[in-house]
Write a protein that binds this ligand. Structure first.
Ligand code: COA
Length: 261
């Protein structure tokens, strides 16, 4: 039987997705993107989902880009369809109701960098290498890079990376805000355990509401975004989660939260 291109591990609702094409450095072909899309569709319906961590198989790459061999002979119409499908999958990842974290364990180039940008935030091993090398292949980024990269690191740095196609190391990625944390590569697994514990321990409805407030608020003027925050804050007092969290503090015991519903 052929091995799945997207592997899943579930630790109490914190789901780790591993993109599994290590011989091609986990390059994103249509088949892998299709499996990722199906996996995300199943996850978005789960009330017990706490967080998603996404990484690449093997010790060399997160994702080394969209699959160049598959793209080489595409017509403009086929290229458009390829990009539209990939964008829909990355949108699905971005819009999951829980935090989505990229665990960047090596090359993170082209479509790989765009995948990391569709995550809420990223952590990296110190062997990670980032870049948008598409112009060297005679194209521009097509999985959201020209839009999400400037929103993450600012337009000047995004254009520096996109128009030169240069690669940057993990330290520079940290400095420009492309990733949140960098650890020695051998400590990435320890960080994963830490994140799994932290992301799984907090009030699940509160974590979802926090993500909604930030994502939806960023697309609105400040006043309406603040009104959204107030609504979501107040709504938090409607269920049992807020009372349990605050009671646990007052009673000096750990909180026992249920699922988000
Ligand atoms: N698409 C398709 N196949 C890819 C790929 C991609 N984006 N990136 C790597 N691969 C394949 C290689 O073709 C090679 O396959 P082969 O063993 O059948 O020849 C295999 O993965 C290993 O890659 P290789 O180039 O031999 O490894 P390396 O350590 O010498 O170099 C990279 C690693 C990441 C620097 C190099 O693979 C690379 O530049 N990849 C393309 C990066 C890119 O331009 N991405 C943007 C695409 S839009």
């Amino acid at each position: 039987m052929e091995e799945a291109l997207v592997l899943q591990e579930d630790t109490a609702g914190v789901v780790r997705l591993t993109l599994n094409r290590p011989r091609a450095l986990n390059a994103l072909n249509s088949e892998l993107l299709g499996e990722l899309d199906a996996a995300l569709a199943a996850l978005e319906a789960r009330g017990d989902l706490r967080a998603v961590l996404i990484t690449g198989a093997g010790d060399k790459a997160f994702v080394a880009g969209a699959d160049i061999a598959e793209m080489r002979d595409k017509t403009p119409d086929q290229a458009r369809r390829f990009a539209v499908n990939a964008l829909a999958t990355l949108k699905r990842l971005e819009r999951l109701p829980v935090p989505v974290v990229a665990l960047v364990n090596g090359y993170c180039l082209g479509g790989g960098c765009e995948l990391a940008l569709a995550c809420d935030w990223a952590v990296a091993g110190d062997n990670a290498v980032f870049g948008q090398p598409e112009v060297g292949l005679g194209v521009i980024p097509g999985f959201g890079g020209t839009q999400r990269l400037p929103r993450r690191v600012g337009p000047a740095m995004a254009l520096d990376l996109i128009t030169t196609g240069r690669r940057i190391d993990a330290a520079e990625a940290l400095r420009i805000g492309l990733v949140n944390r960098v650890v020695p590569r051998e400590e990435l697994e320890t960080l994963v355990d830490e994140l799994t514990g932290q992301l799984g321990a907090n009030g699940p409805q509160a974590v979802r509401a926090a993500k909604q407030a930030v994502h939806d608020g960023m697309n609105q003027p400040l006043d309406s975004a603040l009104a959204l925050e107030t609504s979501l804050f107040a709504l938090g007092f409607a269920g049992t989660e807020q009372h349990e969290g605050m009671s646990a503090f007052v009673e000096k015991r750990p909180a026992r939260f249920g699922d988000a519903g």
